[in-house]
Design a protein around this ligand. Structure first.
Ligand SMILES: [Zn+2]
Length: 80
């Protein structure tokens, strides 16, 4: 459930264009942030977040608190 809400439909629900990554010029999604964006690789490591999205976003994930702290700190929550 979290996967769909973060980085896939938030911009649609807000009726705004999808935000693009300033470095990669691709849509900012959770998958982009955690799988391929060099801009956030070091900050992700600092929050000890796993690169595996299934592990990160599972309903029983112990990483959700750190995920939201990371997104809030980098002002990414309103963009995805
Ligand atoms: Zn990027």
């Amino acid at each position: 459930m979290i996967k769909r809400g973060l980085g896939t439909h938030g911009y649609l629900m807000a009726q705004r264009p999808q935000t693009l990554c300033t470095l990669c010029n691709t849509p900012i999604t959770i998958k982009h942030l955690f799988s391929s964006c060099p801009l956030y690789s070091i900050p992700l490591n600092r929050f000890n977040l796993p690169p595996n999205l299934s592990q990160l976003l599972s309903d029983s994930s112990p990483h959700l608190t750190n995920l939201f702290l990371f997104l809030r700190l980098h002002n990414l929550l309103p963009q995805i």
